[in-house]
Design a protein around this ligand. Sequence first.
Ligand code: ZN
Length: 167
Amino acid sequence: MAQTFRVGLGTDLHRLVEPGPLILGNIAIPFEKHALGHSDADALIHAMIDAILGASGGGDIGQLFPDTDEANRGRDSGEMLSIVWGRVRAQGWALGNVDCVVHLQRPKLAPYIPRMVERLSELMAVPPETISIKAKTGEGIGLVGREEAVAAECVVLLVRETDSSCQ
Ligand SMILES: [Zn+2]
């Protein structure tokens, strides 16, 4: 059995507007602003979905969940992640690991990261140790630093067992 590996990269950015809370990693973080978007605007999950789709050759999140579709208005991004991951699993891919960076000036995300990891591992039915989330501020400058936006970047490694005798 040979192993096939694929990496994928996803990024996302959403404008921050009042009021809170802020949805990130499918949990509600107490804050006076929320991320503006057609769905629940979960930048972390959107970046993860694009990374997974990039690795599996499945297009991008905008093709699967267009913002012109009323069904996606206010939609739970955790549900979108479950749908996408279910399809990619059905194509024979398993998760190697996912590593993400969230860019947010405030609030400090460190206290929330364990719950975000736990929630994402539940949604994907993967061990929590395969998911890494790191947080960075915007150092007070730029869109993130001025608290105008939240951004996220993720890389995903997918692994597939292939039977070389069939190739
Ligand atoms: Zn998004």
